[in-house]
Design a protein around this ligand. Structure first.
Ligand code: 13P
Length: 250
């Protein structure tokens, strides 16, 4: 049985005050979350504060990105070691916003995945197609290409050290959700593709869905055979909504 994971990607939102309130609210509700693994990914500057406040609770902390290099002259970047130092257990890599807006290639994302892994940070590895790609019928090809970049660099067994988040770009922040069937189809494809290389890795690997998941649709999505949780954007900014999604696993 794969443990359900619910991760909140706060993106570039919040202030010292609001972040404190949000993490306190989530912490307060954690008594009713006994099954799901819960992760929050605040903006980097707030990670130390959130880690401190989450300490002693079951809430885990992740970053929204990680440098592909370990140290040195890489202005603006944050290393996996630094993230570990401030309490991160996870790091999102390859989010579609990083790929689309900041030009991160499949190869760079794979290197970021590798850097996280060699420093003991678990990657939350994001993949997914644009609307154009879906309409062109190449959804599976795009996901396969993005996964292959990591497999080529690190080998298939490396995937066992993290989780995959399937986030169709057209469903992110749009309120437009993949139907449970659409999402399940892609998740099953992803698991099948990995199973062809290593059945054990595929069986144990958690594949999260991301893209307008909310308390109203989480149950049906996470109820699908190959959907093992969610990576939540907008709905992770309200403690009540985020907790409601976490409770789907109860
Ligand atoms: P939304 O839940 O706001 O659509 O964002 C999803 C996402 O990008 C999580 O990484």
């Amino acid at each position: 049985m794969r443990q359900v994971m619910v991760a909140g990607n706060w993106k570039m939102n919040g202030s010292s005050e609001s972040v404190k309130e949000l993490i306190a609210g989530i912490k307060d509700g954690m008594a009713s979350v006994t099954k799901a693994e819960v992760v929050v990914c605040p903006p980097a500057v707030y990670i130390p504060r959130v880690s401190g406040m989450a300490d002693g609770s079951a809430i885990k902390v992740g970053s929204q990105n990680v440098c592909d290099e370990d140290k040195g002259a890489f202005t603006g970047e944050i290393s996996a070691d630094m993230l570990k130092d401030v309490g991160c257990e996870y790091a999102i890599v390859g989010h579609s916003e990083r790929r689309a807006l900041y030009g991160e290639s499949d190869e760079l994302v794979a290197k970021r995945f590798a850097a996280a892994r060699r420093n003991g940070i678990k990657p939350i590895f994001c993949i997914g197609e644009t609307l154009e790609e879906r309409e062109a019928g190449v959804t599976n090809d795009v996901c396969a290409r993005q996964i292959d970049a990591v497999i080529d660099l690190e080998g298939v067994a490396a995937l066992a050290d993290g989780v995959i988040a399937y986030e169709p770009v057209w469903a992110i922040g749009t309120g437009k959700v993949a139907t449970p069937e659409q999402a399940q189809d892609v998740h099953a494809f992803i698991r099948g593709k990995i199973a062809a290389l290593d059945a054990g890795v595929a069986e144990g690997l958690r594949i999260l869905y991301g893209g307008s998941m909310n308390p109203g649709n989480a149950k049906e999505l996470i109820g699908q055979a190959d959907i093992d949780g969610g990576l939540i954007g907008g709905a992770s900014l309200k403690a009540e909504d985020f907790l409601a999604i976490c409770q789907v696993a109860e």
